[in-house]
Ligand binder design. Structure first.
Ligand code: PLP
Length: 383
């Protein structure tokens, strides 16, 4: 392999399509082009494929087939889960908690409901690693608390949350737990029973599926009231003709991902350690915001005292390296990352870089990455 080959270290933004997903899409797109709601045989075939994919996701995430909803992406699945559950809980359970490090697609729908006066929203602080403390979260619960939003793992620093420990405290109080596992699936176990949550969101493009589909799974019996106009598709939660081939491809990516998950996680943990150790040796003034013990396998967030994150991303891009400044979706906006502010990283919040690895990342890639980061830093410091 050539030493100047491109290096993709932005898997947390989106992952390359898996071969299994591409093959499944090609196999399904021609015969299953029909509308899955049509009564004729073309429609019935498309519906059968759609339901097969739904059964696959439901079995893997630990719910019934009718409790599994396909959406357009993870952001929309968060919106439908949160707004749908809140609407069903009102007017009595109008107090909602969310961790201070949730993804914008969790924060935004809840803030909108709070601004409209529908709910009372309260943020739960995190420690310096970005973790909530289950006991202090429980202490914030009131008789009117209906829902808690807690992600499985963070999109910027990778911190894994104690979701099941929080769930154990919420269940006796009858408080629902919404868990955004968009970053976590493929790295750690993410089922409704393992996380013990009531609503679970995953996004196939993060684990080698196609873009254009998201998934919301719910525990049986959790009431969801659609925030949109009631529709025929997805048990009335969301309308629109389903993209059957894309959903089938997502199910193929899920199957392949879960087959390799443990092996990939072990390898990525070792690679993240290797990267962190080499970077700290080469650049002793680096600050690491991801603690390998608590972070998702393969995700390292770091900052250098004198270099803005966007400068370093641009310089690395010139050298054929893809990394992110903060989370990819927030990185075009020149606002300090709320995640880094929440962990108290005030001074260096503008300098943070997220390196994220995936199933094809090798130790050679990591060694080359370190060399290119060091060269980019030297270049920027001597401008
Ligand atoms: C934690 C988290 N939640 C939700 C999303 C949104 O997913 P999607 O891009 O599928 O809308 C992302 C995407 O980066 C994410 O990292």
């Amino acid at each position: 392999m050539s030493a100047d080959r491109p290096l993709y270290f932005d898997w947390a933004a989106t992952a390359p399509l898996r071969d299994e997903a591409r093959a499944a899409w090609l196999a399904a797109s021609e015969p299953e082009f029909a509308n899955a709601s049509s009564l004729h045989q073309w429609g019935r075939r498309a519906r059968a494929e759609l339901q097969r994919a739904r059964r696959g996701f439901a079995a893997a995430l630990g719910c019934q087939r009718d409790d599994l909803f396909f959406t357009g992406n993870g952001s929309e699945a968060n919106l439908l889960g949160l707004a749908g559950a809140v609407q069903a809980l009102l007017p009595h359970r109008r107090h909602v908690l969310l961790s201070a490090v949730e993804h914008p697609s969790v924060v935004a729908p809840l803030e909108r409901l709070a601004k409209a006066g529908a709910i009372e929203l309260e943020r739960v602080p995190v420690d310096r690693r970005g973790r909530v403390d289950p006991e202090s979260l429980e202490a914030r619960c009131r008789p009117t608390t209906g829902l808690v939003a807690l992600q499985a793992a963070n999109h910027e620093i990778g911190t894994v949350q104690p979701v099941a420990a929080v769930a154990a405290r919420l269940r006796p109080r009858g408080v629902l737990l919404h868990c955004d596992a968009t970053q976590a699936l493929g790295k750690i176990p993410c089922t409704l029973p393992a996380l013990d949550c009531d609503l679970l969101v995953v996004s196939p493009h993060k684990f080698g599926g196609p873009r254009g589909v998201g998934v919301l799974a719910r525990r049986a019996g959790v009431a969801l009231s659609t925030p949109l106009s009631p529709e025929r598709q997805e048990q009335g939660l969301r309308g629109g003709t389903e993209d059957v081939a894309t959903i089938v491809a997502a199910a193929a990516a899920l199957h392949a991902t879960l087959r390799d998950q443990d092996e990939v996680a072990l390898r990525l943990t070792a690679l993240a350690r290797r990267f962190a150790a080499q970077l700290t040796t080469a650049l002793p003034d680096v600050t690491l915001y991801s603690d390998v013990e608590y972070a998702l396998p393969g995700l390292v967030n770091f900052a250098l005292p004198d270099l803005r994150g966007d400068w370093l991303v641009t310089e690395l891009d010139r050298r054929g390296v893809a990394v992110s400044h903060g989370a990819a979706c927030a990185s075009l906006a020149a606002v300090p990352s709320p995640v880094l502010l929440a962990i108290g990283a005030l001074e260096l919040a503008a300098n943070a870089i997220r390196v994220s690895m995936g199933r094809t990342t090798t130790s050679d890639d990591v060694d080359l990455l370190v060399a290119r980061v060091v060269a980019a830093v030297v270049q920027l410091r001597h401008r």
